[in-house]
Design a protein around this ligand. Sequence first.
Ligand SMILES: NC(=O)c1ccc[n+]([C@@H]2O[C@H](COP(=O)([O-])OP(=O)(O)OC[C@H]3O[C@@H](n4cnc5c(N)ncnc54)[C@H](O)[C@@H]3O)[C@@H](O)[C@H]2O)c1
Length: 390
Amino acid sequence: MSEAAPIKPVKLGVVGLGRGFMLTLPALLDDDRVELAGAATGSQAKQQAFEQQFGYQAVGTTEELNADPDIEAVYIATPHEMHRDNVIEALAAGKHVLVEKPMTIRTSDAAAIVEAVAKYGKQVIVGPSHSFDKPIVEAGKLIASGRYGPVGMIHATYYTDFVFRPRRPEELDAAHGGGVVFNQGAHHADILQTLAGARPTSVYGCVGNLDARRPCDGAYSALLEFENGCIGSMTYSGYAHYDTDSELDWVGELGVAKTPEVYAAARQRLLQVEDEVEAKKNRGFGDGSSSGACPVFHEHFGKIVISCEKADLRPTAKGIHIYSDDGHEFLPMPLTGSPREGVVAELYAVVRHGVPPVHSARRGYINVALCEGIYESFLLRQRVDITPPW
Ligand SMILES: NC(=O)c1ccc[n+]([C@@H]2O[C@H](COP(=O)([O-])OP(=O)(O)OC[C@H]3O[C@@H](n4cnc5c(N)ncnc54)[C@H](O)[C@@H]3O)[C@@H](O)[C@H]2O)c1
């Protein structure tokens, strides 16, 4: 019997120690395939907190971090608009990259990253996004197996309190990729690509700015067509009224159990906040924040129904419902380890074994094109083609 190769942790540097980093941190700490080996942060307080907690040096700039020869990969968790430069700089320094979603907020920037991957011979993984959630991955495999016949239609809907969480001003400003289209559409786009097993070819989308007291693009609805003939829709609303989690056994997006009493809590909390920018900062690393309650289920992204010829599939945080010709069946998927473990697994496979990433820069480009396409289509009031430049 052959012995498994010993694990050699990937030495990971981080740029941006904010909320996104906090949510991924438990997965990085839980897993011996990765080691936090440095950070570049805009703040001295975060630098000190990082050094105290992890024993590695945190530096002031990305140049210093990228110059560290021990660092093999860089996790970029800065605001969207910085992703393009942060990613290309790290690739040019010979690092593999894990970049938060959305990869960029413009297809021109996404194309520049795709070119940089080819030029520098290092890989980009876009994530974490909810397409890494195990029930989504497993539903994608079931569909690809052909067991239920061809996939014809996918509908995904999520109503949350996104708009009423504490935000930086840019997070509510569409010119900076704010609002839900790029922030949450990036999740939906990647989930639908995973489940359809094909790339989208066109999108017809609409955007909603539904509450004058909190002006931003807080809702969208879009119809998609895929290369293999599948059609799909993605709808999102972040106005803290109806909550799709109520239909999903009260399991929240991060795999944590919720109760109906949380209704409207985000709205009430925000009303009491005096300094919203400070409140947002306090949700990041080193500001006394935590990543929240411990997840007991997988993460999820709302209600998703996939229609194949011989069955409808419905992934949830607990497993997959299968409504087939023969009746209803539930495939349970208990959580073992961290819900974001799949991100570390993909990173390790890329860095240690040279496996091309699933959540590649090209795929990230398509997700950006889809989100951009929602805006373009809404402006033109017509369907927009998604045509990658390769
Ligand atoms: N996957 C997820 O679940 C998830 C959740 C939240 C955010 N995100 C993504 O993470 C990214 C950041 O969003 P956020 O909510 O964490 O924002 P944030 O404001 O909480 O964090 C951004 C961080 O970047 C740092 N930063 C800014 N300029 C810098 C520089 N020049 N050098 C080093 N650090 C710098 C800031 O100090 C801050 O710590 C976004 O792209 C967002 O979409 C992902």
